[in-house]
Design a protein around this ligand. Structure first.
Ligand code: F6P
Length: 544
């Protein structure tokens, strides 16, 4: 964190210490309009942050922190195509992919808008052809699509395809990511090769997991349909088009993107092809439009109305002032069941850093651990700890006003559960309330005394709620872009590079060294004692 920002953070810490007795319940008592005052609108999304333990002065202090970190300057640098990813010397321009206005977008001195539009048009033509059967496989129209990718080349499409299940009207989409053969074996076992289209998705086209799975898929396919049919059944999404060609992918089946699109920000690019095939180009366009609306909001809304900024500052308060380690994302929307997994890469690969942009050790904490599961399932698993455990876990609740699949009164029950949880977390239930209830239930005094502490809820546990009309492609685009910009703002305040990921490299390097030892082609010399021991134990256990 830069010195000016550290000073501003110290001021917020002082305000926090001065208000040590402040509670969320107390804040609502002081301000009957707290919900209106601490709500903001972004596109279709109502963001209610009133159930966070923050007063007006503390919020002002946080806005001052954003100013001290020169958020406005850094945001301008992001959108203007500056190389803000300094360690990889790259611009960060995923927002250009969803700008449908035909405006010039200059990256490295060139207007990239025509190239972006051209790839999008090719994707749309290909998707339409596959969907109407005019582009078909050896056995007729494609019934199944298998996207082979990992990390950003998997998590975005997987999450978005699941989220848009009610909008899927194309071939079935499947995803293979793990190098564990179980993943591809399970997917392939249900498929007919002659009506299956494989999409190999990899920004670099070198990732071990993806290239291994792609080769296995190719071998499986060739065994069933022959080498000559490969070109009709394989497509590729990559920035490395010479490598896709070397793999045997036809030029017109290769869809490119650019090094200024980070992997975890790439669902808006050609990497979204599997989603476009499933929901159609129009719905995909709406998805892009939703994100673009948030890009506009992020650049133009005032601080108090700026939802990504508010999300980021609340997160900074929890992490750097209150010292909370984790952040839960709890969608009350079954189709968002992979949203937390997606956000784990977005947030933790971006902001899980310990070195500043100036190359120094960071002074305080950076990105939190992000996790979550859909409600109400989480309620019957880990909410016990959120309500009564010793750790405080700030949480985001996401809920639609309308179900995509209305049936009976399921949705009202779902909403009641979501609202009940945030109220319970904020207000809790005092020991007196519990004792009174037990008295009314007729329990003897000794039983009341022993039970009451267990049944009391401390409350004062912060949550934010995102309420939206329905989980449409447009709303989904908005939700994702909100979190992307939140991550950006936090990276600015921490003065770290949110767009590199060197932390994933060491494991890859060591896996490369260890593979010959696992295969038994090289002795396990000069390894760590545990690693050598495990290699020996592994070989002893091997069958055959
Ligand atoms: O895990 C590291 C990473 O580089 C991610 O950032 C990326 O999304 C993923 O691997 C996949 O990379 P690629 O698309 O190049 O196969």
């Amino acid at each position: 964190m830069k010195q000016e920002a550290q000073n501003a953070l110290q001021q917020v810490k002082r305000l926090h210490a001065e208000a040590a007795d402040q509670t969320i319940a107390g804040l609502f008592e002081q301000d009957p309009d707290r919900f209106e005052n601490l709500s903001a609108k972004c596109g279709d999304i109502h963001f209610d942050y009133s159930k966070n333990n923050l007063n007006a002065d503390q919020l002002d202090g946080l806005f001052a922190l954003a100013d001290a970190a020169d958020l406005a300057g850094r945001r301008a640098a992001l959108f203007s195509g500056e190389h803000i990813n300094v360690t990889e010397d790259r611009a960060v321009q995923h927002t250009a992919l969803r700008d449908l206005t035909n405006a010039n977008i200059i990256v490295d001195g060139e207007n990239v808008q025509p190239e972006i539009a051209a790839v999008r048009q090719r994707m749309a033509a290909f998707s339409n052809g596959v969907r109407d059967g005019s582009i078909a496989g050896q056995g007729g129209p494609f019934t199944d699509i298998v996207n082979i990718g990992i990390g950003g080349s998997d998590l975005g499409p997987v999450m978005v395809a699941a989220a848009l299940t009610p909008y899927q009207n194309g071939p079935n989409v499947h995803f293979v990511s793990n190098v564990d053969g179980a993943d591809i074996v399970d997917v392939l076992s249900g498929l007919n090769a002659d009506t299956t289209l494989f999409i190999v998705a990899s920004k670099t086209f070198t990732t071990q997991e993806t290239m291994t799975n792609a080769q296995t898929a190719r071998d499986w396919f060739v065994e069933r349909c022959g080498e000559a049919a490969v070109e009709a059944h394989f497509a590729a999404l990559s920035t490395a088009l010479e490598k896709t060609k070397a793999f045997g992918i036809r030029d017109d089946r290769a869809f490119g993107f650019w090094d200024w699109v980070g992997g975890r920000y790439s669902v808006w690019s050609a990497i979204g092809l599997s989603v476009m095939l499933a929901v159609g180009p129009d719905a995909f366009q709406e998805f892009l439009g939703g994100a673009h609306a948030v890009d506009q909001h992020f650049q133009t809304a005032s601080a108090r109305e700026n939802v990504p900024l508010l999300m980021a500052l609340i997160g900074i308060y929890h992490r750097n002032v209150c010292g909370y380690d984790t952040h839960a994302v709890l969608p009350y929307d079954q189709h968002l069941h992979r949203f937390a997994a997606y956000l784990q890469q977005l947030d933790m690969e971006s902001n899980g850093k310990r070195i500043t942009l100036d190359g120094e050790d960071v002074a305080g904490q950076t990105g939190p651990i992000v996790w979550g599961e859909p409600g109400t399932n989480g309620q019957h698993a880990f909410y016990q700890l959120i309500h009564q455990g010793t750790s405080i876990i700030p949480a985001d609740f996401l809920i639609a006003a309308n179900a995509n699949d209305p049936i009976g009164n399921h949705h009202q029950k779902l909403v009641a559960n979501a609202f009940a949880q945030t109220e319970a977390l904020a207000l809790g239930k005092s020991r007196q309330q519990v004792e009174q209830q037990l008295q009314e239930a007729g329990l003897p005094a000794d039983k009341i005394a022993s039970l009451a502490p267990h049944k009391a809820f401390p409350g004062n546990r912060p949550t934010s709620t995102f309420l939206y009309p329905k989980l449409t492609p447009h709303v989904l685009g908005q939700l994702i872009a909100l979190y992307e910009h939140k991550v950006f703002v936090q990276g600015v305040i921490w003065n770290i590079n949110s767009y590199d990921q060197w932390g994933v490299e060491l494991g890859k390097e060591l896996a490369g060294e260890l593979l010959p030892m696992v295969k038994g082609e090289a002795p396990a010399e000069d390894r760590n004692g545990s690693t050598s021991g495990l290699l020996t134990a592994f070989h002893a256990m091997r069958e055959g």
